[in-house]
Design a protein around this ligand. Sequence first.
Ligand code: NAI
Length: 331
Amino acid sequence: MIKVAFFDAKDYDITSFNKNITPEFEFKFFETKLTTDTALLANGFDVVCVFVNDNINKDIIDILVDQGIKIVALRCAGYNNVDLKYSSGKLHILRVPAYSPYAVAEHAMALLLTSIRRIHKAYIRTRDFNFSLTELTGFDLHGKTMGVVGTGRIGRVFINICKGFGMNVIAYDKFPAKDSDINYVTLDELFEKSDIISLHCPLTDETYHLVNKDSVEKMKKGIVIINTSRGALVDSQALLQGIKSRKIGAACLDVYEEESNVFFNNFSGHIIEDDVLARLISFPNVIVTSHQAFLTAEALENIAKTTLGNITQFLKEGKCDNEVFYKSEGY
Ligand code: NAI
């Protein structure tokens, strides 16, 4: 029996993993995140399964290793939350490299359309029988220039969606795709020429605060920034200042650099401590969703299947196609 301890388990995780369980598995779902206080709950399990905001740092790695854990199965694609250097040789880190690029790319476009066509404002107005159109003027996407940073699985789906809208798409990738019709430019050119910028690259030392005070200065007035990748790609203070100075026209955020303290939880009856997030949410031209881009039925099904497949492959073959290694993929 392979005993798996899930941390940060939500209703939708429990449903999708239970639906895909096979006889060799036994699951225990913990609502709590994996922290130094809760890591002891992993005692007696073979595998620990975590999500994006479970921080696998040195202390947690030590506690897990002391309890005989050898496998950490990430039920997500990004692995910036793992200290890969320290875990190397101690733990095997498995991930789900792709579960639905469509889920994330479509959410990015949903955020953009909501923002620029003021759907979030109109929805609230009409529910209150306010049918005024004052201050709801948007703009056409057709003919505008979309700058896409990162042309991997999600970036490419997003590019196709944008082309469907008749947009002119330019892109930057540190490792440009060969034999593609993607119009690659330098990062500076992308900052200068884009009307809208959408981030689809991983968070690495290099991409940390890719959108910062200097890069915002290079952008067009009224730039719209979409971030569905990782919060720390954007310097939140620079974003805040850019919005206050009217340089940034709108921001569509599914991720936020300090999200691990708030996202996935209900704080509706509480005083939010994070002043930057509270200020960002207060702006009429900022839309925040709570790391929701992945959340489709298709993606959840793929996450469960791939995570369980990763674990069985590793236990049967002593290796897994989806294991991540320190520096093997640039992080
Ligand atoms: P991918 O690995 O297929 O593509 C990433 C692309 O970024 C690659 O083409 C790579 O060459 C490029 N890249 C790497 N370093 C770069 C740099 N320094 N500058 C510019 N480009 C660089 O990854 P995929 O599946 O497209 O996912 C992209 C990101 O989306 C993930 O890293 C993850 O952080 C995020 N994500 C967010 C989700 C959400 O629910 N909001 C769900 C899934 C992924």
